[in-house]
Design a protein around this ligand. Structure first.
Ligand SMILES: [Zn+2]
Length: 144
């Protein structure tokens, strides 16, 4: 990990802590050249997941996009931010088991399945407009 101050490549880890219910590691690092200290967060490698859209196009999975859609589905419903985070964490760990690509439709279906167990209103909101991960942007426009 490069030092953000002097760009030196040699930095050592001086402290590691598991955070976010075990899903992330927070590391304190020190640059061996300028002794600058900085913090990094490392999440389980979900960023390598490719979403295959209906038209065959592939795009990098975007956790924030999914989270924004879920926040909208849960608008004015009683839910904690951590519950949404852990729902996404569970889904992601399912999606990234033994594979690096997933059809966008499967993402939508799995989210619906998860919502059904948690909040029916959020489920219906999501179901009424959702077609796939492709259509999450349309969904956001609709809810607004
Ligand atoms: Zn440095």
């Amino acid at each position: 990990m490069k030092c953000p101050k002097c760009q030196n490549m040699d930095t050592k880890v001086i402290d590691s802590r598991v955070v976010d219910n075990g899903w992330s590691i927070r590391r304190r690092r020190e640059c061996e050249f300028c002794e600058n200290r900085f913090t990094t967060f490392e999440r389980k490698g979900t960023t390598e997941l490719l979403v295959v859209k209906k038209n065959g196009e592939k795009q990098l999975y975007d956790r924030d996009k999914l989270k924004r859609a879920l926040m909208l589905a849960f608008a004015k419903r009683k839910i904690e931010n951590e519950e949404i985070e852990s729902m996404i964490n569970n889904l992601e760990s399912e999606w990234t088991t033994d594979r690096t690509e997933i059809p966008s439709k499967e993402i939508g279906d799995d989210v619906l399945k998860a919502l059904k167990n948690v909040d029916l209103v959020a489920y219906i909101r999501f179901a009424s407009v959702y077609k796939s991960f492709d259509s999450l942007e349309d969904f956001q426009a609709f809810v607004k």
